[in-house]
Ligand binder design. Structure first.
Ligand SMILES: Cc1cc2nc3c(=O)[nH]c(=O)nc-3n(C[C@H](O)[C@H](O)[C@H](O)COP(=O)(O)O)c2cc1C
Length: 381
């Protein structure tokens, strides 16, 4: 297939896949378009860059099964609040039930109102979900890993290592294989909490937490950094301080302190992309760049390319998997399938179209006849 005949094929695929997205669409794309969507999340090769961010869409095995069927690349389980052996949770304020979610327009995009709370069922229930995720991961059907909110001390307080220890060991045991893959969540509501008023306090967390977790089990750790309520240079400072993680998820949602809710939409992606653009010039030299996973208002393949161009080898979405059904061009299939269909195959804004456009503009070249997603990121594939 020459790249000049690709647009016609794309129109045709977009139409026919409205009814059913093939499970192995990355193989079809490689074959038909000579485009290799291979990507990476937390050191793990994945067939394409699109995953699901932690939240209400990864609370049970049914949701994970649907995602595996749809061909999603990875899913991060809802954030659990760490506890010690006696069940005490220093971050218990975040372990309450989420009452209402509302999907609404925000500027040119969408947002889901969310008060930013974590897993509200038992820790044993969470471990059962981790085992289900591990099984899907092991079978190569869907990389599905846990997310934790661990104790965050004030500057004059010690870390509660008993919570770090008990939770990490229990997760590692449930995961079964070494290393445990896990995300550490710094939630946007934390940004709105008095705990996050001080820069030095936040920087201490991001510097020390990898070591606190690693003391209890071999882990591969992604830290999902918050959008703190400071300026862009502080976001960069946080990234620089977080270099002991294996990957950074950049960046969790913005916090509306009047409405006391976390929000997304264009403001979120604008801020995230703006900060990421500055990162290469200032990141610490002399060591390999820490892997980045983009999050925030990813609602098109074009946006995925924007995050990739700024160093993200994968993306994780939430809101776009939650839109009213009539917002997706597909007519059948699960929400995950419909979302993937639009993100990948939309003839104007999908990932294939956006990559072909990069090629036409001379900013992405074929290697061995193929366009490669990871070449956008600027690292060896
Ligand atoms: C309803 C809802 C619940 C969420 N819960 C969590 C969570 O428990 N842990 C977490 O790290 N992120 C959570 N997030 C953040 C998302 O994973 C995602 O990073 C963020 O919403 C930005 O992506 P988006 O613009 O595609 O929604 C949640 C988001 C929403 C909308």
């Amino acid at each position: 297939m020459s790249s000049s005949s690709s647009p016609a094929l794309l129109d045709k695929d977009f139409e026919r896949f409205k009814r059913e997205l093939p499970r192995d669409f990355p193989a079809h794309i490689r074959d038909a378009y000579r485009i290799d969507l291979s990507a990476r999340y937390l050191g793990t090769p994945i067939p394409h860059p699109i995953g699901k961010g932690s939240g209400q869409l990864s609370l049970n095995t049914g949701q994970l099964e649907t995602d595996a069927e749809a061909g999603l690349a990875f899913a991060v389980l809802k954030t659990v609040i760490a506890q010690d052996a006696g069940g005490t949770q220093s971050m218990a304020a975040w372990a309450i039930h989420e009452t209402k979610m509302k999907v609404e327009r925000r500027g040119e995009g969408w947002t889901v109102t969310w008060k930013g709370r974590g897993w509200d069922r038992s820790f044993d229930d969470y471990l059962a979900l981790v085992r289900a995720g591990r099984d899907l991961t092991r079978d190569g059907r869907l990389l599905a890993l846990p997310s934790v909110k661990y104790h965050l001390p004030r500057l004059d307080e010690p870390f509660r290592d008993d919570e770090y220890g008990f939770t990490t060991r229990a997760l590692a045991q449930a995961w079964g294989e070494s290393p445990l893959l896990v995300e550490k969540d710094f939630s946007p509501t934390l940004a709105g909490d008095a705990l996050a008023d001080e820069k030095s306090q936040i920087l201490r967390w991001v510097v020390e937490i990898p070591r606190r977790i690693r003391a209890h089990a071999p882990v591969r750790l992604a830290m999902k950094l918050m959008n703190a309520r400071f300026d862009d240079p502080f976001q960069i400072q946080m990234m620089a301080a977080a270099q002991h993680a294996d990957a950074l998820v950049v960046f969790n949602r913005l916090f509306d302190s009047d409405r006391k809710v976390a929000y997304g939409g264009p403001e979120l992606s604008n801020r995230n992309l703006r900060v990421l653009e500055q990162w290469p010039a200032v990141r610490p030299s002399g060591r390999p760049a820490v892997e980045l996973c983009g999050t925030g208002n990813v609602s098109s393949g074009r946006r995925i390319v924007e995050y990739a161009r700024r160093g993200c080898s994968s993306v994780q979405l939430h809101t776009f998997f939650q839109l009213p059904l009539e917002e997706y061009p597909a007519t059948d299939g699960s929400r995950t399938q419909r979302a993937l269909h639009a993100l990948i195959f939309d003839p104007h804004d999908g990932l294939i179209a956006a990559m072909l456009e990069q090629e036409a503009a001379g900013s992405l070249a074929r290697a061995g006849g193929e366009l490669r997603f990871l070449d956008l990121v600027g690292e060896p594939g």
